[in-house]
Design a protein around this ligand. Structure first.
Ligand code: NDP
Ligand code: GDR
Length: 369
């Protein structure tokens, strides 16, 4: 039985990957951070009773900023594969917490690679680094492929640049099987609520149920290549199953603006929008609305709030995953429209539950960011 260790197992990708590896027959170990409240929502369905003799799912307390803890976990597990998915992964937050982001996202990767080396596991343990299209930042060519030069635009991107190169360096220096997956944006109903995709589907669902009055967004013109997380974790696994370690772009090759994301999501719940104004004064007004929704024709649904603008923006990203298609046999299964619909309907179900709770006398917190 193969043994995998996942950092960031409580995150979106960690949860999908854990489920994927368990289905493949792996023993799966995850590193979770201590928190003052439960932080395992996304993986609770995978929990196995510690008394179950056939148990294949284990969680370990740890942190990417704590080298001795990482060494101890790797020593104890002796994993065949490590997936380093843990990170402070929010680009805008990285401008507020640049030092911590560098510590977790850059040095965290180094600490795991060093743990493998210190324990003499260079020829046993394969390593996956969660690299990102944010490396391209101010893009030098379109579409972006493995050979496109990097120009990161945030402390997050710069930290991930270090992680990318230290992974390449350990492969070249010590013959380790270490790969970078340069993944473009990927989303799902489990996406963190403050990333734009989920903020849109959650916000529209709450508007639909009368739990929120307006959705405030930043740069509506930003263009992204959005795929589905479920498809992308398969690519992560495929990268560690090859005869030779290499780096791969994972993307759909299709691009949409944030504005288009809003339109597709709104249409999914029967709301048609009319955009007016430009720049910070742009807003979307509901034209057609379904009768069962709390949204009324003429209501302002979306407005721009410049506080969501970033000090330096990545305006456009579009990936070319030809190398992954050719060498890994990977291609995305889920289209943009299908993914938006899945997210929208999942959030609508959650908002209906929240609305019911409210009418029954309970109050829910309304996170806007
Ligand atoms: P999430 O933000 O959903 O999950 C991040 C995970 O990392 C969480 O489990 C979080 O724990 C954990 N984490 C954060 N800081 C630390 C730390 N100091 N020590 C240990 N664990 C930590 O991210 P995604 O699942 O979306 O992304 C997974 C990885 O892929 C990240 O590295 C991200 O940067 C990268 N990436 C993501 C893309 C995307 O579009 N989703 C695209 C390209 C790359 P907790 O739950 O406690 O906060
Ligand atoms: P990104 O994702 O920065 O690409 O990083 P995010 O969804 O945060 O932003 C995408 C684009 O939307 C614009 N935007 C907004 N973004 C947020 N979060 N909130 C808003 O209100 C808003 N309005 C407009 C942003 O300016 C941006 O241009 C994600 C993360 O998962 C990273 O960890 C990962 O590496 C990259 O994707 C690939």
């Amino acid at each position: 039985m193969k043994r995998a260790l996942i950092s960031g197992i409580t995150g979106q990708d960690g949860a999908y990957l854990a489920e994927f590896l368990l289905a493949k027959g792996y023993e799966v170990h995850g590193i979770k951070r201590r928190a003052s409240s439960f932080n395992t929502d996304r993986i609770d369905h995978l929990y196995q009773d510690p008394h179950d003799p056939g148990r294949r799912f284990f969680l370990h307390y740890g942190d990417l900023t704590d080298a001795t803890n990482l060494i101890r976990i790797v020593q104890q597990i002796q994993p065949d594969e490590i997936y380093n998915l843990g990170a402070q992964s929010h680009v805008q937050v990285s401008f507020e917490t640049p030092e911590y982001t560098a510590n977790a996202d850059a040095l965290g990767s180094l600490r795991l690679l060093e743990a493998i080396r210190i324990l003499g596991l260079e020829h046993k343990t394969r390593f996956y680094q969660a690299s990102t299209s944010e490396l391209y930042g101010l893009v030098q060519e379109t579409p972006q492929r493995e050979s496109t030069p990097f120009h990161p635009r945030s402390p997050y991107g710069v930290a991930k640049l270090y992680a990318y190169w230290i992974t390449v360096n350990y492969r070249e220096s010590y013959g380790m099987y270490a790969c970078n997956g340069i993944l473009f944006n990927h989303e799902s109903p489990s996406r963190g609520e403050t990333f734009v995709s989920r903020k849109i589907t959650r916000g529209l669902a709450r508007l639909h149920q009368g739990l929120q009055q307006c959705l405030y967004l930043g740069n509506l013109d930003a263009r992204r290549d959005w795929g589905h997380a479920r498809d992308y974790v398969e690519a992560q696994w495929l990268m560690l199953q090859q005869p030779k370690a290499d780096d791969f772009v994972i993307a759909t090759g299709v691009q949409h603006t944030v504005r288009e994301f809003v339109e597709y999501a709104a249409r999914e719940v029967g709301i048609t929008l009319n955009w007016q104004g430009t720049g910070a004064a742009e807003e979307a007004i509901a034209v057609d609305t379904p009768t069962e929704s709390a949204v009324r024709p003429g209501q302002r649904i979306v407005a721009v709030d410049p506080r969501y603008y970033r000090p330096a923006e990545v305006e456009t990203l579009l990936g070319d995953a030809s190398k992954a298609r050719k060498c890994l046999g990977w291609s995305p299964r889920t289209g943009f429209r299908e993914m938006v619909a899945e997210m929208m309907h999942s959030d609508l179900a959650l908002s209906r539950r929240d609305a019911l709770m409210r009418t029954a006398g309970f109050h829910t917190v309304s996170a806007q960011d």
